[in-house]
Design a protein around this ligand. Structure first.
Ligand code: ZN
Length: 200
């Protein structure tokens, strides 16, 4: 039985397909949306379409950006010899918010997960290895402390150590709770994890 009208039902179904939005929240959002001025809803849908069509990956670090190169990679004052490896753009944002990290990033766009069938070729690992042929002195692995994050960290560490270049590989300290997403952790904990990083 559909509790909503056909059109409301479609909206609720669409909204509840979004990550983290259950059927109840979708109902609340739909109810909110239909009460807004048409202009506001139009602006929201335009922002979604515009982002979908025009946001892509930075050609250097693979974070999301409007341009070929993201503002961090384009910033010459950043230390391009230190690369922090994170799982996604939200993790990058978490470290950027601390304002204390001056290196650059590499965004894997995922983590290795044998359970989910996500292998090394499904994330931006080849692209990371390609960057390491340049002038790089340290890789800071800041993947999440979940099973997938740890697996990915170990995998990258092994790959980098096989290189003849002697790049330092470190892992952020485990002040970060197990299974915790970096984006949910406060800035002080993030900085401590960075400062207390250990060589792998
Ligand atoms: Zn970039």
């Amino acid at each position: 039985m559909n509790l909503y009208s056909g059109k409301m039902n479609r909206l609720v179904e669409e909204l509840s397909s979004l990550p983290g939005i259950g059927y109840k929240s979708a109902g609340r959002l739909a109810d909110y949306l239909i009460r807004q001025p048409a202009e506001k809803v139009k602006s929201l849908t335009e922002a979604m379409l515009d982002a979908r069509e025009n946001v892509h990956y930075c050609k250097i670090c693979y974070t999301l950006t409007d341009n070929d190169t993201c503002p961090i990679c384009a910033d010459e004052s950043r230390d391009a010899k230190t690369i922090m490896v994170v799982e996604d753009t939200r993790d990058l944002m978490a470290y950027e918010k601390t304002g204390k990290y001056t290196g650059v990033y590499h965004v894997l766009q995922g983590a290795i997960s044998p359970l989910m069938g996500i292998g090394p070729n499904d994330i931006r690992l080849k692209e990371l290895m390609a960057r390491l042929s340049g002038d790089v002195k340290e890789i800071i692995i800041a993947t999440n402390s979940s099973l997938e994050g740890e697996t990915t960290a170990m995998y990258i560490s092994k790959l980098v150590k096989q290189l003849p270049t002697g790049i330092r590989v470190s892992r952020i300290a485990s002040g970060v709770p197990v299974g915790g997403d970096l984006e949910n952790i406060d800035e002080i904990t993030l900085l401590r994890a960075l400062e207390g990083r250990t060589e792998l």
